[in-house]
Design a protein around this ligand. Structure first.
Ligand SMILES: [Zn+2]
Length: 289
């Protein structure tokens, strides 16, 4: 919902159109599969996978002179099991998000984090706890479902997450079998998949022996566990970490970079690395071409 509005018309990938309609109702849309270009006046526009959540896209805009402007949107360099892998289209000008543009944010690989999650869940189940996995209802929760169902855990999933997981299933992501979260499925031996707000719901408050794990990149901070009020935070992120941002720049090879959605100082860091980098004010986003 931090990306979507009830626009009059949207141009988006098939999965994004489905997810937006699932959340916001019917919105007129032009479906743009990855890699297929559309012409808008003087420019040609093509979407490429951003690896952030299912259907998430970067936008490449090319003008008649062959200049290429790439808008990253939210992106993730770490491959995950529920989003298309990030593409690296080369460009002249890059507008990029830099959410984790601070060296404090370096995450273990996705594979290691998935293993840590499974090991922890196994250990807690063996100790008689009911593991409660918290993540945003779109994206993170489906990733948790996929990791845990692929590893054979019995899942009880909150309705708001199932609502969106059904769209993932229509687009080919297989979560195996899982149950809807109810009083009779919130029992020992099962793993609960929950949105953050569910902590206040009765079915969760009544659990005898819960063990709560929040999945977020912000979890790398030592105080995160207290901030989120959970037993543990794992830094499973759907954004590129500090090193991922640099890897992305290295591969899309921009001549100039505009930073957005992240630490205001990140552009200064990029300048120190020799890049022609500028902070982008939201009001200037329309004026780059
Ligand atoms: Zn996002």
């Amino acid at each position: 919902m931090d990306h979507a509005r009830r626009h009059k018309h949207i141009f988006a990938t098939p999965a994004t159109v489905s997810l937006m309609r699932r959340r916001l109702g019917h919105i007129p849309a032009t479906v743009m599969p990855f890699g297929e270009s559309l012409v808008f006046g003087q420019v040609q526009v093509t979407l490429f996978p951003a690896g952030h959540i299912l259907g998430s896209a970067q936008t490449l805009v090319e003008n008649e002179a062959g200049e290429r402007l790439l808008y990253s949107g939210d992106f993730n360099t770490e491959p995950c099991s529920t989003a298309e892998p990030l593409a690296y289209p080369t460009c002249d000008t890059l507008i990029m998000e830099c959410t984790f543009g601070n060296p404090a944010y370096r995450f273990p690989s996705r594979q290691i984090l998935a293993q840590q999650l499974c090991d922890l869940v196994s250990e807690k189940l063996a100790q008689g706890y009911i593991p409660c996995i918290y993540g945003y209802a779109l994206g993170k929760a489906q990733e948790a479902m996929k990791i845990l169902s692929d590893n054979g855990f019995a899942l009880s999933v909150h309705g708001s997450i199932i609502h969106l997981a059904q769209v993932y299933e229509k687009h080919g992501i297989d979560f195996g079998s899982y149950d809807r979260l109810r009083a009779d499925t919130a029992v020992p031996g099962r793993v609960l998949i929950l949105p953050p707000a569910a902590r206040r719901q009765r079915v969760v408050k009544r659990l005898q022996k819960p063990f709560s794990i929040f999945l977020t990149g912000w979890g790398i901070r030592p105080e995160a566990r207290f901030r989120y009020g959970v037993d543990m935070v794992l830094p499973l992120s759907d954004h590129a970490d500090f090193d991922g941002l640099l890897k992305y720049i290295d591969r899309v090879r921009p001549k100039r970079i505009y930073t957005t959605h992240g630490p205001k100082t990140y552009y200064q860091f990029l300048r120190q690395q020799g890049y022609d980098a500028h902070p982008l004010e939201p009001s200037a986003q329309q004026e780059l071409f």
